[in-house]
Design a protein around this ligand. Structure first.
Ligand SMILES: NC(=O)c1ccc[n+]([C@@H]2O[C@H](COP(=O)([O-])OP(=O)(O)OC[C@H]3O[C@@H](n4cnc5c(N)ncnc54)[C@H](O)[C@@H]3O)[C@@H](O)[C@H]2O)c1
Length: 407
């Protein structure tokens, strides 16, 4: 089998994830070029994949100024820098794997959708949950009619206290002006999954939420600007950065986000100088730390969704109520329990061993490559994914204006 060729635009965490697939399955995927302004990240990825010097670019703008050099492009830049590279790549003839959210602007999401249709390129948005054995099993149970008609769904996204601190207080997605609102950034996945499971269009939404805890008023007495400045609460604060990042046995995400130099000195320097050593009560964050969304679907099914920073676990849980039974499911433990009314409960086994979003990262990439070889439509095409994004924009409006928004 001849490998599909790809260029990676943005060699951060996500770019490296997809590059990892090329390393593991070189017969399926070959990365021929990378664009990344940070030389350390660019070289780390390029060296791992033996990409020659003339395949290393300082930006997507430079790479896409050249004629097309591969079958597809992986757009793995940050949320506010997806639209132009995705559209330019499709216009050059690349098929595109686009990280979510498609964009942090509704208008740009529509432009991307229009460009995918106009150019006829395959565009898959990385709603990786649709490709996990866990959610595929739930979808299959519903589609087989095991619980009758879906009447209601409750889904909880337990972000996890340390993950919130890492990504949404200290990290990339802490400030709406620079990135996306938290619901769009983190939970467009959940809106997408609810749409997929219910199988009907969403008609109206309502949302509540705010930033409550990670603010200067909540800083414990005497807490300095950085954990490394001799914080008196080092032993008791769950967010104390050296505890989260200095465990030398840990080398993967999220530790590899703070620096490419994973030595003790490298990590310490990153905490002393970079964003991840800051006190969580003294950052420039403004995104919510918990939010709820209520949704009503065509046909009358309803759903409620809770995203919260304040959880010890880092997983999704849901309960799906049907006219003939219920499903209780926990992605963290991989447990799915089907209880049809009047029958014994049944536990459905699910593969939870797969890493990378429960198998979703490699699942979506494998499916994308399969479509490029054999044709077909992505489960998470631009047109499909636009719907979950529109729900997020509407929910944000509802949260801010205290209104129910019709879609
Ligand atoms: N599908 C998922 O479940 C999932 C999970 C996490 C993140 N994401 C999304 O993936 C995207 C990337 O996230 P990440 O965690 O990899 O962030 P990151 O910060 O680790 O990586 C982004 C990279 O883009 C690079 N970059 C900036 N300007 C560039 C340019 N002009 N040309 C090329 N590269 C440029 C940055 O230097 C950085 O290395 C985000 O939109 C994020 O929301 C998706």
């Amino acid at each position: 089998m001849k490998p599909i060729t790809a260029v990676v635009l943005g060699a951060g965490s996500r770019g490296a994830t997809y590059a990892g697939y090329a390393k593991e399955f070189p017969e399926d995927l070959q990365v021929v070029a990378v664009a990344e302004p940070r030389a350390d990240r660019r070289d780390l990825l390029a060296d791992a994949l033996d990409i020659p010097e003339d395949g290393r670019f300082a930006s997507w703008q430079e790479l896409l100024a050249r004629p097309r050099m591969a079958d597809c492009a992986f757009v793995c830049t940050l949320d506010d820098d997806h639209t132009e590279p995705a559209i330019k790549a499709m216009e050059l003839g690349y098929h595109v794997l686009l990280e979510k959210p498609m964009s942090n602007s509704e208008d740009e999401c529509r432009r991307i959708t229009e460009a995918a249709e106009r150019t006829g390129r395959v565009l898959a948005v990385c709603h990786v949950l649709r490709y996990t054995p866990f959610y595929m099993t739930l979808k299959d149970l519903i589609d087989r009619g095991e619980i009758g008609q879906v009447t209601a769904v409750n889904q909880i996204e337990n972000v996890g206290y340390w993950h919130q601190a890492h990504s949404f207080v200290r990290g990339n997605w802490r400030n709406t002006a620079e990135t996306s609102p938290m619901l769009l950034q983190k939970s467009c996945h959940d809106m997408d999954i609810l749409l997929w499971l219910v199988g009907r269009d969403c008609q109206r939404v309502q949302s509540f939420g705010s930033l409550r805890h990670f603010t200067p008023e909540n800083a414990p007495e005497g807490a300095p600007a950085r954990c490394t400045d001799g914080c008196p609460h080092a032993d008791t604060c769950p967010y104390y950065a050296p505890r989260l990042y200095m465990d030398m046995s840990r080398t993967g995400w999220p530790v590899d986000v703070i620096t490419t130099d994973l030595s003790e000195a490298g990590r310490r320097r990153a905490l002393e100088e970079g964003p991840y050593g800051r006190c969580v009560y003294r950052c420039d964050n403004d995104v919510v730390d918990r939010q709820v969304v209520n949704l009503e679907f065509e046909g009358g099914a309803v759903a409620t969704f809770t995203m919260t920073a304040f959880s010890a676990d880092f997983s999704r849980q849901l309960k799906i109520f049907g006219t003939a039974g219920q499903i209780t499911a926990d992605m963290g433990t991989g447990q799915i329990v089907l209880h049809r009314f009047g029958e014994e409960k049944k536990t459905i086994p699910v593969d939870t061993a797969s890493s990378g979003h429960g198998g979703g990262d490699y699942g979506i990439l494998g499916d994308f490559l399969h479509i490029l070889r054999h044709g077909g439509e992505s489960r998470t095409s631009a047109k499909v994914s636009l719907q979950s994004h529109l729900i997020c924009f509407a929910a944000e409006r509802s949260r801010k204006e205290h209104i129910v928004v019709e879609l």
